[in-house]
Design a protein around this ligand. Structure first.
Ligand SMILES: Nc1ncnc2c1ncn2[C@@H]1O[C@H](COP(=O)(O)OP(=O)(O)OP(=O)(O)O)[C@@H](O)[C@H]1O
Length: 241
């Protein structure tokens, strides 16, 4: 992965398994968001391949790419809702763009998705009328509008108070369990990582590559000092040496 001549990360090899919550972790500026941009098809890797269900994404035709992307939901930092639209209108956008549902059916899906994230009855609220946690949950409802196979979340708990953050973690776990979605999360929130992560990887900004992969415990057990410091900071766990 590179911007111009500057290589951000290289030699990344990992697999996200269906139905798991996979967390991309690492310190500030190491390239987590850049990796996410590659995974959601916004940026082409300088070299190497990114495969979905065995298909090399960048080798696909534009229509096939669009078809693959139709099965993704994305929760951006802050929720990224359109401020001039109500929650119902926000969630209706992908439904109108990608489906032939009638207005009544779209209303039903909106009601369902808002109920799923604990926002039943908030259809006519504008994002500015909601708390940060509610905005994230509304963003999640929009990301889930098309019943995606893969849900990508960029720092979902950033900017939230601890109670809202843990509620969002629980919601992500529930969505994975009830809808069977695969979830890929960028996070450096330790409480969140230990709550939701099945597997993940640790990116290092200094060496520009991944230092560990696996469950958080496996990453700790692998004994890399930087990974150990990251995964035990502020916790009552002895850093590995
Ligand atoms: N559009 C861009 N053009 C050039 N360089 C960029 C661009 N976006 C990010 N970078 C650089 O790439 C590096 C990785 O950035 P990135 O945002 O992916 O890191 P991050 O791990 O997500 O950081 P943070 O945790 O602080 O959000 C940084 O040095 C950043 O300055």
């Amino acid at each position: 992965m590179a911007y111009g001549d500057r290589v951000i990360q290289q030699d990344l090899t990992f697999t996200v398994r269906r139905g798991e919550i996979f967390v991309i972790m690492g310190g500030s500026g190491c390239g987590k968001s850049t990796l996410l941009r590659h995974l959601i098809g916004l940026k082409k890797p300088r070299s190497g391949t990114i495969c979905y269900n065995g298909l090399d994404f960048w080798q696909q035709s534009p229509s096939r790419k669009r078809h693959i992307m139709r099965n993704w939901g994305i929760l951006y930092q802050g929720g990224a809702l359109w401020s001039s639209m109500t929650l119902a209108e926000n969630i209706a956008v992908p439904l109108k763009e990608y489906t032939d549902l009638s207005a009544g059916q779209i209303r039903d899906v909106i009601d369902l998705k808002l109920a799923l994230v604990g926002l039943a009855g908030f259809q006519n609220y504008y994002p500015s009328e909601l708390s940060g946690g509610m905005r994230k949950r509304a963003g999640l409802a929009r990301a889930m509008a098309l019943d995606p196979e893969i849900l990508f979340c960029d720092e979902p708990t950033s900017g939230l108070d601890p109670v809202s953050a843990r509620r969002l973690d629980q919601l992500i776990l529930e969505l994975r369990d009830s809808l069977g979605a695969t979830v890929v999360v960028v996070s450096h929130d330790l409480a969140s990582i230990y709550t939701i992560a099945g597997n993940g990887l640790f990116l290092d900004g200094e060496t520009g590559t991944m230092l560990a992969t696996g469950t958080p415990q496996q990453m700790l057990d692998a004994g890399n000092l930087k990974v150990g410091e990251f995964l035990t900071r502020g916790r009552d766990i002895e850093p590995l040496s």
